[in-house]
Design a protein around this ligand. Structure first.
Ligand SMILES: [Mg+2]
Ligand SMILES: [Zn+2]
Length: 433
């Protein structure tokens, strides 16, 4: 697999510490970010790496030539800046087939093998690495369907009256060589602003690859400080898919959002006080925050899958305003009892995913390489607690929502510990670990 690194950026905002070094040469842990990227690409067997430079190219050329392994790396200096897509188009002759594109200011530890496999399986013209971030309100956002294909791009600024998913392109993608045929020669074009939206409009398939691995751009002094701290504390490697992650599974209704019966409309959704701050604490820890929710409203015909997406967009928007994010939302749209007016017949079935079934937990384990013995579930219903016990995770009941009352009081439904609400439950998680 070939790779292109976009290394043209100036580190203007870092000038006080790094003079006028090109951004990719800014050090993290005594090693240039560019070097971190080259080592990652080499670890996954990438050969034929093109580094596109502009500002102070000689510093990058010198770095590459002094490396122990400079074979297969070419530095190409752009004379007339053509934007990200124009610059890559200009080196089309050196690229054939799929290639990885990396923005030169992103610090990452990403399983590139799995990413490339996903791209090939999806047969997309472009696969974007995406994740939720802690400032979706001022980020360019991506919306995708359940199968991972992109349905819309929402560049900032956002409409205050609308709700969006918290999904942001992380500065890495896999592109099929044919994407370059869609770009006119010599034009100043940007992938994110011009090429991807135009492709989507013309019916091209773009996919999202969602990951909880470490990917952060270090474009401002504050973010650089954060990246340096994460490097020092080993967080960057710790979040890699090679390591099993701890997770806190969260029920939705009665735990994160106020219990309102069956929520079938975004207007009905309201956060439990403190939920945003609590989830943000999980985000700051090494725990994944993963929602597992039964949504029989879909099977009952009270809400379509599209309607449920809108409800979840509102959930992510409200949490995002408090700088909190969910690593994933898994829902069960089924319901076992059929024979009601308005129901969606094909969703009326016994399934593996409806809690207390453990199907959603098992999917999350598959997606994120989760260590269940180190994980927790927080719920307000006996179904959440039974699900946690069947999955072998520690269970925390909360007194909000259904308050873990009801059920048939079998011992499996008794949580390991009861807490007042999600805030207290998260405090408990972070205390006992
Ligand atoms: Mg509940
Ligand atoms: Zn289900």
């Amino acid at each position: 697999m070939k790779a292109v690194i976009l290394a043209g950026g100036k580190g203007t905002r870092m000038a006080s510490r790094f003079g006028d070094l090109p951004k990719p040469m800014i050090m993290v842990g005594g090693i240039a970010v560019l070097e971190h990227q080259l080592r990652l690409l080499e670890r996954y067997g990438c050969k034929g790496i093109i580094i596109l430079t502009e500002h102070r190219s000689e510093v990058i050329e010198e770095h590459v030539s002094s490396r122990a392994s400079a074979a297969g790396i070419t530095v190409i200096r752009e004379k007339n800046p053509l934007g990200t897509a124009g610059a890559v188009k200009a080196v089309q002759g050196a690229l054939a087939g799929d290639f990885i594109l990396i923005y030169g200011d992103v610090m990452m530890d990403l399983d590139l093998g799995r990413l490339v496999e996903f791209h090939r399986a999806g047969a997309a013209i472009a696969t974007l690495v995406v994740h939720p971030n802690d400032h979706p309100f001022d980020s360019d956002l991506v919306e995708c369907a359940a199968d991972g294909s992109v349905t819309a791009f929402h560049p900032k600024p956002h409409d205050d009256g609308k709700f969006y998913p918290n999904l942001v392109s992380a500065g890495v993608c896999v592109l099929s060589g044919s994407i370059l045929d869609h770009i006119a020669d010599g034009n100043k074009l940007d992938f994110g602003r011009d090429v991807f939206p135009a492709l989507l409009l013309s019916g091209g398939k773009i996919c999202c690859y969602r990951t909880a691995e470490y990917l952060k751009d270090m474009g401002t002094p504050e973010r650089l400080e954060e990246v340096e701290r994460d490097w020092r504390t080993g967080k960057i490697a710790r979040l890699s898919r090679a390591h099993r992650r701890k997770a806190v599974f969260l029920d939705r209704d009665g735990v994160i959002v106020r219990e309102r019966g069956h929520i079938s409309d975004p207007d009905m959704l309201e956060l439990v006080p403190g939920a945003g701050a609590a989830i943000r604490k999980l985000n700051d820890s090494d725990y994944l925050a993963v929602v597992v929710t039964n949504q029989p409203v879909v099977a009952r015909g009270e809400c379509t899958l599209g309607g449920l997406s809108l409800i979840h967009n509102k959930l992510e928007t409200l949490l995002g305003r408090e700088r909190a994010k969910l690593d994933a939302i898994y829902f069960c749209p089924h319901h076992p009892d059929s024979g009601y007016p308005g129901e969606v017949v094909e969703l009326k079935k016994r399934c593996q995913c409806r809690k207390p079934g453990t199907g959603m937990i098992r999917r999350a384990v598959e997606d994120f390489n989760i260590d269940l013995a180190a994980s927790f579930i927080i719920g307000d219903s006996f179904r959440d607690i039974e699900c946690g016990k069947s999955a072998g995770i520690r269970t925390i009941g909360v007194r909000t929502g259904a308050g873990c009352m009801g059920g048939d009081a079998r011992s499996v439904a008794v949580p390991d510990v009861m807490c007042d609400d999600i805030s207290a439950a998260v405090e408990h998680v972070l205390r006992v670990r």
